[in-house]
Ligand binder design. Structure first.
Ligand SMILES: [Mg+2]
Length: 313
């Protein structure tokens, strides 16, 4: 592997000349946190065959690896600042692969306003593995957390639920569903939306492992329960068509992963807009004091879900 050539040609330009990256010439980066702000740090690893399919294009891997990390910054109400990258790739990885990968990172940086701080690359004996650590900034004390939910809060989600899960289903089963596949491959981090909502909301997280499982995390952290209406969960037109065509139960969309939408609670009197920047914001239920999670169908009958979401182990 031509690690030092790659750093000079493909990765050093991604520092955009920011001083904290020290031109990728030192053993570590150096971050000065502006007065009155806190550093928000998150790490996510993506592994070939687990988080993306074998033979996924390098640009698609790069976009997803950075987006899922930025989505975690969004969940905390933070603005992206920088990221570091650990890249484990097979020995025979080509220059073209690295170029395409770094070009996609560059485009993502421009979109979200961040730069590369540092990282590492390793020759992997088996498949590709990408670890990105993202650093964000938030005003002191203003970070959103999962534990700030209060019984009686209304529960909301941004965007639509289940598209990423169905996109993966379409890829794996060779079904034509370009919109859903795009949602699976190119998740959006809801950075600007979270920052706009932040002053008016309580608990917040991003949905990565499935709506129900992630709602369980808010309930556990906030020591509350929740009641949601299955038919209040917003679906895209493409998802509606797809589940009808392939007879996929609505409940599986609430346990599928890869949404990367925000799930948040807000006081019932808070004024939450119906949409921000063209992304819908939909009330799906409320937090309850009885510490039980309940899902109701359109006739207000309790539904039993068999699987909560994506399990890591
Ligand atoms: Mg998350």
């Amino acid at each position: 592997m031509r690690e030092f050539d790659w750093i000079a040609r493909y990765f050093r330009p991604l520092t955009l000349g920011y001083e904290s990256a020290l031109n990728l010439q030192d053993d570590a980066a150096l971050i000065s946190v502006p007065d009155g702000q806190q550093l928000v740090i998150t790490t996510d690893t993506l592994i070939e065959g687990v988080h993306f399919l074998v033979d996924t294009a390098p640009a698609d891997i790069a976009r997803k690896a950075l987006a899922v990390n930025l989505s975690d910054l969004a969940a905390m109400g933070a603005a992206p600042y920088a990221y570091s990258l650990a890249l484990s790739i097979p020995k025979n990885t080509t220059d073209e692969w690295i170029k395409s990968y770094s070009d996609a990172l560059h485009a993502m940086q421009n979109m979200y306003g961040c730069f590369l701080l540092g990282g590492d690359s390793i020759a992997s004996p088996a498949g590709i593995s990408i670890t990105i650590t993202a650093y964000g900034l938030v005003n002191h004390g203003a970070a959103l957390t999962r534990s700030a939910g209060v019984a009686g809060d209304a529960l909301y989600v941004t965007g639509t639920i289940g598209d990423g899960f169905l996109g993966l289903h379409a890829l794996e089963n060779h079904h034509a569903a370009p919109e859903l596949i795009a949602r699976y491959l190119y998740p959006h981090a809801r950075i600007a939306i979270a920052q706009q909502l932040a002053p008016n909301i309580h608990a917040c997280m991003d949905i990565s492992d499935g709506l129900m499982q992630d709602l369980g995390h808010i309930c556990a952290a906030s020591d509350v329960g929740a009641a949601i209406g299955l038919h209040d969960v917003p679906l895209s037109d493409a998802a509606h068509d797809y589940i009808h065509q392939h007879r996929i139960p609505l409940t599986s969309l609430c346990s599928g992963g890869d949404d990367y939408e925000l799930l948040f609670s807000a006081p019932s009197h808070a004024r939450i807009p119906n949409a921000i920047d063209g992304v819908a914001i939909t009330k799906i239920g409320e937090l309850t004091s009885d510490k039980i999670m309940r899902v109701f169908d359109e006739n207000n009958q309790l539904i039993v879900l068999d699987k909560k979401g994506y399990q890591h182990f």
